[in-house]
Design a protein around this ligand. Structure first.
Ligand SMILES: O=C(CO)[C@@H](O)[C@H](O)COP(=O)(O)O
Ligand SMILES: [Fe+2]
Length: 251
């Protein structure tokens, strides 16, 4: 059976002038995780915020007591040099560090102050994230084939295996975009091969699109504008959860 639904509102749609309060409120409204979009203006054409802001909002939301538990900070790293920022985000209170496959062959430098001629690789990066006490996620953009993931998911060393795969259902960079159903065959292929894997979908998810994503086998649901823009966010969170859990035979 697929793992249970995890609803992760994207705080990109929160009010940045009162981020702490908005994050605490969305947790009270029934969210499981917080999806924290980090954009650097290089990997994507937009900039959000960095580790100091994550550290501030962490103080408004209880740390999870178990891996993947309530309050997990799911940091979606839309950045060009993911290895450089692992330690900073761990210190800030990130729990799950989800980097993009497309950025995973960048520098092996381990801090923003360091430079290195060496390159890293997705498996090395996953090992490094685990060694730093974080869960590791790997994300793919719409233009990236799901086939790049098989070798990584079949890693023989558990330290090199990701804890979650994120299939983007919009081109990363902005909230409020139209859901791309064309990405769902990737989710189907992943679910068919890995019944227990946490498969996250991100972009354009809401009451009108959740059933398609749930049918395909996604269980970690990111929703920004659909939750933060709703009259009744609790109702939307519970609708998203029911759609996933009923398809997985949990209801
Ligand atoms: O990573 C991203 C965008 O790049 C997302 O997390 C969006 O922020 C989701 O927003 P909605 O499409 O749900 O409004
Ligand atoms: Fe995201």
């Amino acid at each position: 059976m697929a793992p249970p639904a995890i609803i992760a509102p994207s705080i990109l749609s929160a009010d940045f002038a009162q981020l702490g309060q908005d994050c605490a409120r969305t947790m009270e409204q029934g969210a499981d995780w917080l999806h924290v979009d980090i954009m650097d203006g290089h990997f994507v054409p937009n900039i959000t915020f960095g580790a100091p802001v994550v550290a501030k909002i962490r103080s408004h939301v209880d740390k999870p007591t178990v891996a993947h538990g309530r309050g997990t900070f799911d940091c979606h790293m839309m950045i060009a040099e993911p290895k450089k920022w692992v330690k900073e985000f761990k210190k800030a209170g990130c729990d799950l560090y989800c980097f993009h496959y497309e950025a995973a062959f960048s520098t092996a430098a381990e801090s923003p102050e360091e430079t290195s001629d060496k390159k890293t690789s997705p498996k090395e990066l996953i090992r490094y994230i685990h060694d730093n006490g974080l869960l590791a996620g790997i994300a793919i953009k719409p233009d990236t084939s799901v086939d790049v993931l098989w070798d990584i998911l079949d890693a023989t060393d558990p330290k090199e295996k990701p804890d979650m795969v994120l299939v983007m259902t919009v081109h990363p960079g902005f909230g409020g975009q139209k859901f791309m159903a064309s990405e769902l065959p990737k989710v189907q292929a992943l679910r068919a091969k890995y019944p227990e894997l946490n498969i996250e979908v991100d972009g354009g998810l809401g009451p009108g699109t959740i059933d398609q994503a749930a049918d395909a086998g996604a269980n970690v649901i990111v929703a920004g504008s659909a939750v933060f823009g709703a009259k009744d966010p609790s109702e939307v969170i519970s609708l998203l959860r029911k759609s996933v859990d009923s398809r997985a035979g949990r209801l």
